[in-house]
Ligand binder design. Structure first.
Ligand code: TYD
Ligand code: MG
Length: 463
């Protein structure tokens, strides 16, 4: 056997070096280099794999040909199926990442039970919890009678030997990848080498048998799947399960999908009987609205294929500090700085002596630039103390020149707004005809919007 060489692997990014250092030179993280043995493991490099074995010829085949079974197995939990792009794909590996305690095991237990009730063979392997704990959860979820096959095991070879018995499983859930270890690698469970080797073995199993596998991975506080970030490129799809502390709803976000769309979300609510699907997320994020408060604007957004209405809240308050504060929750801080700069430079609205706080209601996260206009409206509303009309939605991108640029899916956004009882909209001038009727206001520049908000004071006192 080749002499085992020592190497150091960054637990954050997977970079391999031959010498220890305090800081990883690849990703810049501190104290993430860990010594791992390489004998026989994945990542051991060609030196240890040198052998006298000749390659075996495999049969080459064509693109067209028989596909046995339906390629996907849908769980019937529509928010989950939406995120996976229509169900679990046979022969594929899916990684479900999320903070500890967010509800990954709960979601997968529910999915497993739903699939088992349709006659699929589902195996749930937990490396974290004892069988009794999983049973307790199943009782709580009301699925204790389902035919899901359960095991508490962490060794990959043992797991594969176990499921090789009987009919090929349709879905194997492994909770979690950090607890698994394989004989092929010598490092401790949870290290990059182990996680990579275990995932590799399981993915090979999935591809060769056609069973779908789901790997659960915990995310570190930096938001990366701990160590298993190195797994992301190996699997076919990556879903993140997110939620904000103190809020009950959870979002299942598609980050990568070889068989479906990305940027799709599934929305759930955590209740005492498990996760409940939320098929109309807008109602959730608008739930806590107070009509006549200044500083709130409703943004008509799009998540994947689905419109989502969400309230943006701004608080602009005189500062006591030399450098005013800008704090953002749920949006991009750099984008807020840009909107503030445009308001100052082109619209004469001054924030220099004010702290600015921006919050997206319900702990939701927005990544669309189309939220610019709603943010600007909320900021101006809070600064002037003038409440915006309660039945109005906003969307549009602001360019640095102060012009308002069109965004995609205007019709869909307006339709959702109309459905939820909004009668007015502020949107960019663009090719698409607004369907919301006479109440649409289409400013060419941000100044037009600021004038309109400021003008509402006079209109209010005229009444
Ligand atoms: P869990 O699925 O164990 O999280 P993860 O596998 O991501 O670590 O969920 C744990 C949390 O969910 C825990 O705080 C309790 C809560 N929970 C409920 O509120 N209702 C339920 O029905 C269940 C099963 C869990
Ligand atoms: Mg768990």
């Amino acid at each position: 056997m080749a002499k085992s060489r020592v190497q150091f692997i960054c637990q954050a990014c997977g970079n391999v070096t031959s010498r220890w250092a305090g800081k990883c030179e690849a990703c810049g993280e501190w104290n993430t280099l860990v010594e791992e043995g390489t004998a026989g493991g994945i990542g051991s490099g060609p030196a240890s794999m040198r052998s006298t074995r000749k390659g075996r010829a495999v049969v080459l085949t064509s693109l067209s040909g028989e596909i046995e079974d339906a390629p996907r197995i849908a769980s019937g939990i529509s928010e989950l199926d939406r995120a996976t792009g229509g169900g679990f794909v046979r022969g594929s590996a899916l990684l479900v990442g999320g903070d500890p305690g967010i509800g990954k095991s709960t979601l997968l237990t529910q999915a497993a039970a739903a699939l088992a009730s349709k006659g699929h063979r589902i195996v749930y392997v937990s490396g974290e919890e004892a069988v009794a704990q999983i049973r307790l959860r199943a009782q709580r979820l009301g699925v204790a009678n389902s035919s899901v096959e359960l095991a508490a095991e962490t060794n990959v070879e043992d797991i594969l030997a176990t499921i090789a018995d009987g009919k090929r499983p349709d879905l194997v859930i492994l909770d979690s990848i950090q607890t698994l270890w394989t004989d092929a690698a010598e490092s401790a469970p949870g290290t990059v080498t182990q996680v990579r080797a275990a995932a590799q073995t399981l993915i090979r199993y999935a591809k060769s048998t056609g069973a779908a596998i789901v790997l659960v991975g915990h995310v570190t506080k930096e938001g990366q799947i701990a160590g298993p970030r190195v797994v992301e490129h190996m699997v076919d799809a990556v879903l993140y399960f997110e939620g904000e502390g103190g809020h009950h709803y959870r979002i299942l976000r598609t980050v990568k999908n070889r068989f479906g769309p990305t940027d799709e979300i599934g929305v759930f609510e955590m209740s005492d009987k498990g996760l409940r699907e939320v098929s109309n997320p807008s109602e959730l994020f608008l739930g806590e609205r107070h009509a006549k408060a200044p500083g709130a604007a409703v943004f008509a957004g799009i998540e994947g294929t689905r419109p989502v209405l969400v309230e943006i809240q701004a608080l602009v308050a005189p500062t006591s500090l030399g450098t005013p504060r800008r704090a953002v929750v749920g949006w991009d801080g750099a984008r807020l700085a840009m909107v503030l700069a445009v308001l100052e430079a082109h619209c004469g609205v001054r924030f220099g002596t004010h702290d600015v706080y921006l919050n997206v209601a319900g702990g939701y996260r927005i990544s669309e630039p189309a939220a610019d206009l709603a943010v600007a409206a909320a900021l101006v509303s809070s600064l002037t103390g003038l409440a915006l009309p309660a039945d109005c939605v906003y969307f549009g991108e602001i360019s640095l020149s102060g012009a308002i640029r069109p965004v995609a899916h205007a019709q869909q956004r307006l339709k959702e707004a109309e459905k939820l009882g909004f009668g007015q909209a502020v949107l960019p001038r663009g090719s698409e005809e607004p369907g919301i009727g006479a109440a649409a206001f289409q400013p060419a520049t941000l100044t037009d919007l600021v004038i309109r908000i400021a003008g509402s004071l006079r209109r209010d006192t005229d009444d």
